[in-house]
Design a protein around this ligand. Structure first.
Ligand SMILES: C[S@@+](CC[C@H](N)C(=O)[O-])C[C@H]1O[C@@H](n2cnc3c(N)ncnc32)[C@H](O)[C@@H]1O
Length: 186
């Protein structure tokens, strides 16, 4: 789904941007390092179904690690009443995410951090969403186990966690989505 359609699906319309100043700021920035994976957005059906699979409610804090244009956390706020935090290494994505949250009226519930997902504190999350790669999920696993509270739900689009078998999985639009729950501490 194209970005404009996605915003339409959230029940809003695009207004005039007037972001010339922000665009100049953006040109002066660059990612902290090369992103581990390029930006490929999840489509709207996948976003909604992953949030449903994780049973997101207004009590949740949803972290999207590699948030792209912010669609997971904005949808979690707008459609599920949750709070959200998006982290992306690419300043252009963070700029887009802030635009999306402003235009959809989600600003009071979400925030975006430009940073490396491997170096950012994620301990307050109750739900984590991922659309990375299996090798990145595996690299992330020790951090998820160390920082997240037992019971925190993790949902991933398309990519699994190797030998950590999901509690649930289903197909959405031809791609698998997976759910895990952080186990009690040993
Ligand atoms: C496949 S896109 C997924 C975007 C969004 N989560 C979605 O599903 O629509 C992956 C995103 O991860 C970001 N990314 C890649 N490596 C990263 C890193 N080390 N730290 C933070 N973000 C990263 C990219 O900039 C990109 O926006």
């Amino acid at each position: 789904m194209r970005r404009r359609q996605f915003i339409g699906a959230l029940g809003t319309t695009l207004g005039g941007a007037g972001l010339a100043g922000a665009a100049f700021d953006l040109l002066a920035q660059s990612p902290l390092r090369t992103p581990d994976v390029i930006f490929v957005p999840s489509n709207f059906d996948v976003v909604v179904q992953m949030l449903k699979l994780a049973e997101v409610t207004s009590k949740d804090i949803v972290y999207d690690l590699g948030c792209g244009d912010g669609r997971f956390v904005v949808t979690a706020a707008r459609q599920f009443g949750a709070r959200g935090v998006g982290i992306d290494i690419d300043p252009e994505r963070i700029q887009e995410a802030r635009e999306l949250s402003a235009r959809t009226g989600a600003d009071d519930k979400v925030r975006f951090i430009q940073g490396d997902l491997f170096d950012t504190d994620i301990s307050e999350a109750t739900v984590v969403t991922l659309y990375l790669l299996t090798r990145l999920n595996l690299k992330l696993r020790p951090k998820l186990m160390k920082e997240l509270k037992p019971g925190t739900r993790i949902v991933s689009h398309a990519f699994d966690m190797g030998d950590w078998k999901p509690e649930k999985s289903e197909m959405v639009g031809g791609a698998p989505i997976y759910l895990w729950r952080v186990p009690p501490r040993a």
